[in-house]
Ligand binder design. Structure first.
Ligand code: 5GP
Ligand code: ZN
Length: 137
């Protein structure tokens, strides 16, 4: 379903024009207006889902297959050296638009971008406690 107050619903469904790289029944892939690198694109499902928690399994499965297809095409056309696939869920994780999307970010040697995290150094006890919390009943 589409939401009237959602900008990505409007973009994905063609109500707001975008530089579309690919479109099918389920997704639109567009160029990001604030790109990290040359070719930074967004894969946006046409039906609204807030985030990955909210995304139907079928769309989630199709998303990774399409991400691979887009990556292969963009690698060929842009001659990039690498690729980051980024998908943010929730404000604390950097999500600014509350409509599920996947960032396709071509990387070039020397592009100066940093996508990553600071490494932390938990104790064995902390690692065990987290493992137990996730795997336990
Ligand atoms: P998030 O931070 O939610 O993971 O990513 C949102 C992304 O959407 C950002 O990279 C931002 O540049 C992009 N963006 C926000 N509004 C628009 C828009 O109207 N058009 C396009 N093409 N990209 C947008
Ligand atoms: Zn939406």
């Amino acid at each position: 379903m589409k939401r009237d107050d959602c900008i990505f619903c409007k973009i994905a469904n063609g109500e707001i024009p975008s530089r579309t790289l690919y479109e099918d029944e389920t997704f639109r892939v567009i160029l990001d207006l604030g790109p990290a690198t040359k070719g930074h694109a967004l894969m946006i499902p046409k039906d609204h889902a807030d985030d990955l928690y909210d995304l139907p399994d079928q769309t989630a499965s199709a998303a990774l297959v399409l991400a691979k297809k887009m990556m292969l095409r963009m690698k060929d056309r842009l001659q990039c050296d690498g690729f980051n696939i980024v998908q943010n869920n929730g404000e604390s994780a950097g999500q600014t638009v509350r409509h599920f999307h996947i960032h396709l970010i071509p990387r070039y040697v020397g592009d100066g971008q940093q996508i990553g995290w600071k490494v932390t150094n938990p104790s064995d006890e902390e690692l065990n406690e987290i493992k137990d919390r996730i795997t336990g009943e």
